[in-house]
Design a protein around this ligand. Structure first.
Ligand code: FAD
Length: 394
């Protein structure tokens, strides 16, 4: 094998890959080459929630202030009944929350978060960013890895990190577990001017992260870009789901499903861009993210439902833990093993609980009535149910 062109080759320039590249470079554990298949680095035009476990990593990466410049700090996380329209419960994300968890709950535009990480990588001497590089496979021997691209280019390194998302090529090499499982759930999402959402919901202000929950459907709304735009995500289970076809989950079905919703919800859903839909996939938690000098990170390792808004947060946690493991006395292969040992229990718990939380959000009939009854009794300052998520991880 040729001598190393860089110490680490990161495959995938999403939030996870960029954070990993930055973390490794910042610790000065070696040079990093990041390969992204898209011609230009970028993210989709939608929002992302960043819980304190993510804000903490962003701070350690030195990008929290840049993210905060355009992010929004919601006052509360609120669940509302999508059918009845009334508030069910809330969690305050004000100074009480920040005092408990040490970091804020932020909601950001994905493009802004991605840009902050990208700019930090560009400004870091030992990171080389390569776009338009679709990785085909990775091989390894005792001395290093060889990462080969579809266009014939190849990159040598000491370690390869597969941060290539839910349909990861690197995962298939390591685990060969096929495509993720379809679930029949689909999302439509995008940002609109906040004033339009204020009009559709009849509210004077939009300062909370709100989830309107109903039978097999929900709508998420929160401000981004300092409160100028509102991110909306409408999710529902298609009755026409057929994994062998694309002919399901269409906008007409979205509208039909939300017909039962309260008028503010229906008017808000009408504002969402319907040109692209996101199918919701699932995988069982699986070990085997690491093989010798190759490791998986982010959605490639542990794709999860977005119901706890943790996929990107967990990718950031991965990046941080990967950095601490590699920046140690351990040899490379031991360090990667240690990374998986630390991260698997945590990420798989979040994966499993996100699925459970989805079932709670989408409950119907007497189950939904019981959920609402129990949740209405809790205080907005009762943080204990989320301590496991926001206090742990690093
Ligand atoms: C509707 C929805 C809402 C969500 N909301 C939240 C939220 O509020 N908070 C949160 O924390 N998470 C949220 N998530 C989850 C979050 O978006 C993902 O977990 C996160 O983006 C994963 O980041 P990643 O870097 O691992 O993968 P990705 O973002 O998928 O990045 C993978 C990158 O690898 C590149 N790539 C793929 N294959 C190759 C290849 N062969 N060669 C080179 N490059 C390749 C891709 O082009 C891409 O740039 C949400 C998800 C959805 C669907």
């Amino acid at each position: 094998m040729e001598s190393h062109a860089s110490d680490f080759v990161v495959v995938g320039g999403g939030i996870g890959g960029l954070a990993a590249a930055l973390e490794l470079a910042r610790r000065d554990v070696g040079s990093v080459t990041l390969l992204e298949r898209a011609q230009e680095f970028g993210e989709v035009g939608a929002g992302v929630q960043l819980a304190p476990n993510a804000s903490r990593v962003l701070d350690e990466l030195g990008v929290l202030e840049s993210v905060r410049r355009t992010a929004f700090c919601p006052q509360r996380l609120v669940l509302r009944d999508a059918v009845g329209g009334d508030e069910i419960t809330a969690l305050r994300t004000d100074e009480h929350f920040t005092a408990r968890y040490g970091y804020p709950y932020l909601v950001a535009h994905r493009i802004d978060l991605h840009r902050s990480l990208l700019d930090a990588c560009i400004g870091t001497e030992n990171v080389t960013l390569v776009s338009g590089a679709t990785v085909r496979d990775v091989t390894q021997d005792a001395n290093g890895v060889l990462v080969r691209c579809e266009d014939g280019r190849s990159f040598v390194g000491g370690v390869a990190i597969g941060a290539d998302g839910i349909n990861s090529t690197i995962r298939q090499q390591l685990l060969n577990d096929g495509a993720p499982k379809g679930t029949g759930y689909v999302a439509y999402r995008g940002t609109v001017p906040v004033d339009e959402v204020k009009r559709s919901t009849g509210s004077d202000e939009l300062t909370d992260m709100v989830i309107w929950i109903g039978p097999a459907m929900h709508l998420v709304q929160y401000p981004v870009r300092g409160g100028q735009l509102c991110n909306q995500v409408a999710v529902f289970r298609s009755d026409k789901y057929d994994p062998s076809s694309e002919d399901w989950g269409a906008p007409a079905e979205l509208d039909a499903r939300f017909q039962m919703a309260a008028p503010p919800v229906r008017r808000s859903v009408a504002l969402i861009d319907k040109t692209r839909r996101w199918e919701m996939f699932d995988r069982e938690p699986t070990t085997g993210w690491v093989d010798g000098r190759i490791a998986l990170l982010g959605d490639a390792a542990h794709p999860m439902f977005q119901y706890l808004a943790q996929g990107a947060c967990q990718a950031l946690e991965d990046a941080h833990v990967l950095g601490t493991c590699v920046d140690s006395e351990l040899g490379v292969e031991q360090a990667l093993k240690h990374y998986e040992e630390q991260r698997f229990p945590r990420a798989s718990t979040v994966q499993t609980r996100a699925r459970m939380f989805g079932e709670i959000l989408h409950a119907d009939g007497s189950l939904a009535a019981m959920r609402n009854y129990l949740l209405r009794r809790r205080s907005e300052l009762d943080y204990e149910p989320v301590d496991w998520l926001y206090l742990a991880g690093l």
